[in-house]
Design a protein around this ligand. Structure first.
Ligand code: PRP
Ligand code: MN
Ligand code: MG
Length: 180
């Protein structure tokens, strides 16, 4: 099905691969933070599906809070301007914070968020992203937890959108323009 001239052209990452990725990250985080309590900060809107899976793969006392951020608007490339649409409504001082993202592309969103949140003196601040597109990086940013590295394609599904649609696809597809 087509939306705004783009459609899910071919499957890139299957549901089984997504499940395995989430289980691996959840286990790693559970080991790394053993004996601690953690706070997952889900960066809306893209990360809501990944975060809902990840939190259930973590076996630690865990809380989840939300922050909304946007850099893409409706297009297929980052505007470079990161807007905080909704800030956290909790204090993160002395907390072990993990920022949960669907994808790191230019790195602008997360480098801005890291800068803003580190001023609030968390006990620790790390990044967990489902997907990483390192070839598109504009600023140096190395997420501590990476699910799957992806090629330079515009991908949709599992929370990732085109014009806010396609987040509900269960698997990851490469989006392509419809040809006439
Ligand atoms: C996308 C994605 C990340 C960010 C990554 O969000 O969900 O948050 O862009 O790109 P960057 O590394 O180049 O900053 P988007 O702006 O599309 O908002 P959304 O999550 O509401 O879809
Ligand atoms: Mn996002
Ligand atoms: Mg988006």
């Amino acid at each position: 099905s087509e939306i705004g001239g783009m459609y899910p052209a071919h499957l890139l990452i299957s549901q089984d691969e997504l499940t395995a990725m989430v289980q691996r990250l959840g286990k790693q985080i559970t080991e790394d933070y053993c004996g601690k309590q953690i706070l997952l900060v889900s960066i809306l809107k893209g990360s809501f599906i990944f975060c809902s899976d990840l939190v259930r793969a973590i076996d630690l006392p865990t809380t989840v809070e939300f922050m909304a951020c946007s850099s893409y608007g409706g297009g297929t490339s980052s505007s470079g301007k990161v807007k905080i649409i909704k800030d956290l409504d909790c204090d993160i001082k002395d907390k072990h914070v993990i920022l949960v993202e669907d994808i790191v592309d230019t790195g602008l969103t997360l480098s801005k968020l890291k800068e803003v949140l580190s001023l609030r003196h968390p006990a620790s601040l790390k990044i967990c992203t489902a997907f990483d597109k390192p070839v598109k990086r504009k600023v140096e940013l190395h997420p501590e937890y990476v699910g799957i590295e992806v090629p330079d394609e515009f991908i949709i599904g599992y929370g990732l959108d085109y014009q806010n649609y396609y987040r509900n696809l269960s698997e990851i597809y490469a989006a392509r323009p419809v040809e006439n």
